[in-house]
Ligand binder design. Sequence first.
Ligand SMILES: [Zn+2]
Ligand SMILES: [Zn+2]
Length: 73
Amino acid sequence: MSVKSLKQHKIEMTARRIVSLAISAGMLKRKPCLICGKGKLTKAHHEDYMKPLEVIFLCDSHHQQIHKKGVKK
Ligand SMILES: [Zn+2]
Ligand SMILES: [Zn+2]
């Protein structure tokens, strides 16, 4: 693992922690999947990890899809 990807990993972990804290504090609300509209167990997805509170919510399968192919708009 390169130094750069280790650093990136830390940034991602921090961003995820900030989101879960924000959700439990009521600052951020979990939403249905942006793509299919399924409301249960969505995951917060970061398009930019440097903006930890700017997330979109996706169901498990669409979240995996986005990480494989990238976000299509
Ligand atoms: Zn979905
Ligand atoms: Zn994601």
